[in-house]
Design a protein around this ligand. Sequence first.
Ligand code: FMN
Length: 176
Amino acid sequence: MILIIYAHPYPHHSHANKRMLEQARSVEGVEIRSLYQLYPDFNIDVVAEQAALARADLIVWQHPMQWYSAPPLLKLWIDKVFSHGWAYGHNAKALQGKSLLWAVTTGGGEQHFNIGSHPGFEVLAQPLEATALYCGLNWLAPFAMHCTFVCDDETLQTQARHYKQRLLDWQEAHHG
Ligand SMILES: Cc1cc2nc3c(=O)[nH]c(=O)nc-3n(C[C@H](O)[C@H](O)[C@H](O)COP(=O)(O)O)c2cc1C
């Protein structure tokens, strides 16, 4: 099962993520949990989230980039759901052997990431990748959709289809 943990603060205003979700939804064996719709009060049901993760083989964190990072509810979700004794710590094996895909959309293009002492888009994955690896997850090459501010509808749609293909390829590789 592929579990998409979707964190868009304004899902009804989305262009890029909405199209990605539409494509993902058409893949059999995909479950989507839209965090901002499930938890508008930020009161995350940890038991329900851990049960969903237990069913998953591939976990996807899908969100728009916000200030070079993830929206706050996804950060809170990780803080609460990846708990000690369950996700990490002595004998904690709940996530071991599962895979994790970071699927992110960004308004900016390449230049947007070429600032600061650690330029480039790839470095932004570091906190998420380290978190995943620390919990025994298999980190996959991220899926990124850039330049969403200027993309026309056709480009967004093409990218969204690539996203679907990533999910299908993963299924084929893991289930034959
Ligand atoms: C509060 C906020 C912060 C943002 N920060 C960034 C950013 O740091 N880098 C970037 O490229 N885009 C940034 N964006 C733009 C969003 O990433 C972009 O609008 C989104 O990926 C488009 O996807 P959507 O159509 O599904 O909303 C930001 C948007 C908001 C609302």
